[in-house]
Design a protein around this ligand. Structure first.
Ligand SMILES: Nc1ncnc2c1ncn2[C@@H]1O[C@H](COP(=O)(O)OP(=O)(O)OP(=O)(O)O)[C@@H](O)[C@H]1O
Ligand SMILES: [Mg+2]
Length: 135
């Protein structure tokens, strides 16, 4: 493998380091699947393409903070009506396919928010024209 990496133009040190690391990573992946007992060096060959792909994927630049497609905004509500209204606004803004998770202590207002959310979702044109279940 190190020879192949050298042939691809990697510097000797980089080829050696990546070769050894990928070898180890492939070994870990095979061992995780079938255990270490009876593991042969030749078992790693089939694992290498996926291992190298995984290592390359990990090295690709990630989206930097602030470039996310979801923007966060902090909002405070002062009474249950406002919490419900916030949920309703969220429901109206939803276009389908959103995943909304609620995290909060006991009595934080989750159910209250969901009550508004349900009202907002019911009032969106796409929801009201969607085929209804007959049950
Ligand atoms: N912004 C707010 N200010 C004050 N009270 C609120 C606010 N939002 C909701 N409440 C009230 O807080 C109480 C608890 O709300 P809710 O039942 O929605 O909480 P919950 O997070 O669902 O609680 P649980 O974890 O027990 O299910 C309700 O009486 C609700 O009307
Ligand atoms: Mg609740």
């Amino acid at each position: 493998m190190i020879g192949a990496l050298l042939a691809q133009g990697l510097a000797a040190y980089d080829a050696a380091a990546l070769g050894v690391f990928a070898h180890g990573a492939a070994g870990d992946a095979v061992a995780a699947r079938q255990g270490e007992v009876g593991l042969l060096a030749s078992d790693l060959l089939a694992e290498l393409p996926a291992t190298l792909e995984r290592l390359q994927a990990a090295a690709r630049p990630r989206r930097r903070a602030g470039e996310a497609t979801v923007r966060a905004r902090e909002t405070t509500t002062r009474d249950p009506e406002e919490t419900e209204a916030l949920g309703e606004a969220l429901g109206r803004a939803a276009r389908g396919g959103e995943l909304i998770g609620l995290v909060g202590e006991l009595g934080a207002g989750k159910t209250c928010l969901v009550r508004g959310l349900a009202r907002g979702l019911a009032s969106t044109p796409s929801a009201s024209t969607a085929p209804r279940s007959r049950s």
